[in-house]
Unconditional design. Structure first.
Length: 380
């Protein structure tokens, strides 16, 4: 666990980069630090592995004040991933990844076996890529090697500074998703710096929104987007935060409608009805427009998927509704999601007054919706 207690950093030229900062990152939690350029994010991160020393206050790791720990010993417990990955150009991908375990005393064979496992874990087949040199990889592949290398010593803590910054938006989203999948397996305590709000929202269990040298709000993505604590945060998350909230609001059972089950021989109630198979999965459906025509089941989404995914699936099909399935119950259809349901779910994840009522005016909220607590997507 990482803890900052009243930490201030003033550089020699008098710049106050971080001003009286206090927060905690729980074990296994991924916290993103987001904010404009120069607000102190990188300085904050570097005080964890002692690349920068605080002027005042205390940074501790698992209760131990880092200023009392030998920096070399400290950094063995902390993986560090930076945008310019810094791979050794004259070493193969496998050897780059094996360097740290080897330095830590593992035999060459053990280190290479571990490196191959890690490359596999980050989605690079060691047989294909292990023997290549960094210049023979794409930017996205190099960044994956950077992540594999940081994980190689199996550190409990990872510091990541714009780790997916140097690639185009499509590759970036792909890497982010892979990283979330990986994090669900390895559960590191992660502090990740980004200037990209989308990335902060997508990856963070919690987000720290930085103003100048200070944290303006520290909360779940859904709460930061749904209930910005200050005018500054409201401005930073922007007017389209309702759209961003689609990514962090899950499809949940309470916003679904009942499945309008079709009874053979009986006239369909309402405008459409659904035929379920013996396992409760949608087999086909009928619309009152053309009652005699059997239509194939629309694409389904799983409980817990984001509203963003659900909306995309709604747009891809022409049914106007989606079956929602429970993967834990063998893919049984537990309800249907309609555009109205999406709207209700978004409003539910918002404090009283609807998606855009949470203003950044001085009557800032506590950061928590009053009625239904905003749920965030569980990525674990
Ligand atoms: N070594 C240094 N000496 C003096 N000032 C510094 C030093 N390093 C950083 N600063 C200043 O401290 C402030 C915070 O810098 P920092 O790199 O922590 O910001 P950041 O939020 O990570 O920015 P960016 O997103 O641009 O990387 C800036 O004003 C910066 O110019």
């Amino acid at each position: 666990m990482i803890r900052f207690e009243h930490v201030t950093k003033r550089y020699a030229d008098g710049t106050t980069a971080v001003d009286d900062l206090s927060f905690e990152v729980a074990e296994g939690e991924l916290v993103t630090l987001v904010g404009p350029s120069g607000c102190g994010k990188t300085t904050t991160m570097k005080m964890v592995n002692r690349l920068v020393e605080p002027t005042e206050g205390r940074v501790s790791l698992d209760g131990e004040d880092v200023s009392t720990v030998d920096p070399v010993r400290l950094r063995r417990r902390i993986g560090y991933v930076i945008q310019q990955v810094g791979l050794f150009p004259h070493k193969t991908v496998l050897d780059n990844t094996a360097t740290v375990p080897h330095l830590l005393g593992a035999s060459r064979a053990e280190s290479r076996a571990r490196a191959a496992e890690l490359l596999d874990l980050v989605g690079l087949d060691p047989k294909t890529y292990g023997g290549r040199y960094p210049e023979q990889l794409s930017g996205g592949q190099r960044q994956r090697v950077g992540v594999a290398r940081a994980l190689a010593a199996d550190p409990p803590v990872l510091l990541m500074d714009e780790p997916f910054g140097a690639v185009d938006p499509v590759v970036r989203e792909h890497l982010q998703n892979e990283f979330l999948r990986l994090q669900a397996q390895v559960r590191k305590t992660v502090l990740l710096v980004t200037h990209d709000l989308e990335e902060a929202v997508r990856l963070g269990d919690r987000i720290a929104v930085y103003g100048q040298g200070r944290i303006e709000q520290f909360d779940t993505p859904a709460t930061v987007l749904g209930a910005p604590a200050t005018a500054y945060v409201a401005d930073f998350v922007g007017a389209d935060r309702s759209l961003k909230r689609l990514s962090v609001t899950p499809v949940d059972p309470t916003t679904l409608e009942e499945v309008p089950v079709h009874r053979p021989g009986a006239p369909a109630d309402g405008s459409w009805s659904v035929v379920l198979d013996a396992d409760g999965r949608v087999e086909s459906w009928f619309s009152a427009d053309e009652p005699g025509r059997t239509r194939p089941a629309p694409e389904a989404v799983a409980l817990g998927a984001s509203l963003r995914e659900a909306l995309a699936a709604l747009m891809r099909g022409d049914a106007g509704w989606l079956p929602v399935i429970d993967p834990a119950a063998g893919g049984r259809c537990v309800g249907v999601l309609t555009p109205d349901g999406v709207h209700r779910a978004l409003r539910r994840a918002t404090p009283a007054g609807g998606p855009d009522a949470a203003s950044g005016e001085s009557g800032a909220t506590s950061g928590k919706p009053d009625d239904a607590p905003a749920e965030t997507l569980s990525r674990r």
